[in-house]
Design a binder for this molecule. Structure first.
Ligand code: MN
Length: 592
């Protein structure tokens, strides 16, 4: 029996072992739902059931993720009524509104949808995105004073603000009403704002704690729109559904789980993205070579370009791109962001090489955490590098830059280690001067003299948390089927489970009954392709990326294994070659 969590529901699953030990030394297991299985062996149903979705209403919602069915009344969020009323009253009274956001994609898109909406209904609005290096994350006093000087009477924070106790007090002192919309974990003390909309508030009963900042901001706009209409204000100039492309981008790039309402936001938002109504996004997609929207395109082509400006400098050009309705400006900005993204990659690659060198040494000394610090490394790429190291070394990884006697960094953690708690504890212990985050990601600042002590604290804390967690040698698959079933029909069937991403991974399948027909390397020699002959005699194409140098690769490429019966673990995808579409199995592991 193992516990696993999906959609915040703990579920007990009985695991059945399919393979004791694979080529990569893993046990392949399959979750078998503990509730009695019905006779029908519908694959989609089985996969959903293993992922905790068993009620037929839930299944229908999952397979048809429409906003209409998935979106609750925005007033289910604590304080939404106050937030919408305050801003609606201010708009009707002709007050100027300030929007404070963040420099990452979630923060930029959150700011964009609120500013777009307010502009569309002719409200005077000013905005500010903090500079990562100069101002850092979250509300700050200078920006708030600036807003006051520009005559703003209402401050709306998006994707931040929940920990801005002092800054909110300042804004109040300067005569502003403050509405916070955020999705970050609240500290013990909430700021004294006029309204705080945050699904992670302890007293929020909405169950929407998986929303991105932009999801919360969108819910706020829906409520505000209703409030304004009830007050007789014309709001026809903008269809809120048109900004779901931005909601999808922020949700995907903040790696929020694609479940529940997020699933509806992303499924609908990707369709809106393909309409290319947002002139800035259209220009950016063109320069990035994105022909069709997807979770992948959003996360790996559009997202990094929107993020690049904020990593190297101010994020303002990214927001301006999303707000502009001038094609020429859009093209200029898209080109600028594209160049900045290139520059960001160059910087990142240089630091990565040095970081891997340091990490290898740490690993050799048997540590179970990484805390790497370089002199004047570019602060904007610390988070990305920490993420890469975490994936490569499978341990909590912190990367920091030392400038003068201050160290600034970012960390990414593995399942089972709550980095946010460690950072919080280190802050309480006086080792850090600043810090915050959640289980998987955190940011921190410390005086250089504390570096060694912090490294030791981190290592001890990680070791403590890892205690009791047996390192799992299991790969949990979604379904087991005969290789002959892995055709285009199955590809189409599985596509009903898309969009895939965080919290809703592509199904991992075990294929039985196939033999190797042929295999060879492809590309630069690191990858393998070939055919599997199924039990019915037909051929299934396969590919394996970066497998050549592994045991799986050696096995597949060994001619003496041709016609040998094997089990495959991997994902079934659609492959287009010379205009012909066919099913292709992406092999991750093999067993005999
Ligand atoms: Mn966010």
């Amino acid at each position: 029996m193992v516990y696993y969590s999906f959609d915040n529901k703990k579920k007990i699953c009985v695991m059945r072992t399919i393979v004791e030990e694979s080529m990569l030394g893993k046990a392949w297991v399959l979750a078998v739902d503990s509730s009695p299985q019905s006779e029908d062996n519908d694959l989609i149903r089985a996969i959903l059931s293993n992922r905790g979705i068993t009620e037929s209403v839930e299944i229908q919602k999952f397979l048809n993720p429409a906003i209409k069915e998935s979106m609750p009344d925005p007033y289910v969020l604590k304080d939404m009524d106050a937030a919408a009323r305050i801003v609606s009253d201010a708009i009707i009274a002709g007050k100027k509104i300030a929007v404070f956001g963040d420099y990452d994609v979630d923060g930029i898109t959150s700011t964009a949808i609120v500013v777009k909406y307010l502009r569309a209904i002719d409200v005077g609005v000013v905005w500010h995105l903090p500079d990562r290096e100069v101002e850092g994350y979250g509300l700050n006093a200078d920006a708030i004073k600036d807003f006051a000087e520009q005559g703003a009477e209402v401050l709306i924070s998006v994707d931040c603000g929940i920990s801005g106790v002092n800054e909110v007090a300042l804004a109040k002192q300067l005569g502003m009403q403050v509405v916070i919309t955020d999705h970050h974990n609240p500290d013990r003390n909430l700021p004294a704002a006029d309204a705080i909309v945050n699904p992670k508030r302890a007293d929020d009963g909405s169950g929407l704690n998986y929303l991105a900042g932009v999801g919360v901001a969108f819910m706020f706009l829906v409520a505000l729109n209703r409030e304004l209409r009830n007050a007789g204000r014309e709001t026809q100039n903008m269809n809120l559904m048109d900004c779901l492309d931005l909601v999808a981008l922020g949700t995907i790039c903040d790696t929020m789980p694609l479940i529940g309402l997020n699933r509806a936001f992303v499924a609908t938002g990707l369709k809106v993205l393909d309409l290319r109504q947002n002139i800035g996004l259209r220009a950016l997609m063109e320069i990035a070579g994105v022909k069709k929207s997807s979770v992948y395109a959003a996360g790996f082509a559009i997202g990094p370009r929107l993020n690049a400006a904020g990593r190297l400098d101010s994020a303002a050009p990214s927001l301006e791109l999303l707000l502009t309705d001038n094609v020429l400006i859009a093209r200029d900005l898209a080109e600028k962001l594209n160049k900045m993204n290139q520059e960001r990659m160059d910087i990142q690659n240089r630091i990565m090489t040095a970081a891997i060198d340091m990490a290898d040494k740490c690993c050799a000394s048997g540590k179970c955490s990484l805390m790497l610090c370089g002199d004047n490394w570019h602060g904007g790429v610390m988070g990305i590098i920490a993420g890469r190291l975490k994936d490569k070394y499978e341990m909590p990884s912190l990367v920091a830059t030392k400038s003068g006697d201050v160290i600034n960094g970012s960390g990414r953690s593995i399942p089972g280690v709550d980095l946010g708690k460690i950072i919080h504890d280190a802050l309480s212990a006086g080792l850090l001067s600043e810090g915050g985050g959640h289980a998987a990601a955190a940011g921190f600042t410390l005086p250089a003299e504390n570096e060694t002590a912090f490294c030791e604290f981190l290592e001890a804390a990680v070791m403590e948390q890892l205690k009791g967690i047996e390192s799992s040698n299991e790969t949990v698959a979604d379904a087991e089927l005969d290789a002959s079933a892995a055709g285009m029909n199955l590809v189409r069937e599985l596509s009903y489970l898309a969009p895939f991403g965080q919290g809703n991974p592509e199904p991992l399948l075990i294929l039985n009954g196939g033999t190797i027909a042929w295999a060879s390397t492809m590309g630069n020699g690191d990858h393998i392709r070939g055919n599997i002959r199924t039990s019915k005699g037909d051929m299934l194409q396969f590919a394996g990326f970066n497998l050549t140098a592994t045991k799986v690769g050696e096995f597949l490429l060994d001619d003496s294994n041709i016609n040998r019966k094997i089990k495959l673990l991997g994902k079934l995808k659609e492959n287009e070659y010379n205009g012909r579409v066919s099913a292709q199995f992406i092999i991750e592991d093999v067993a005999v």
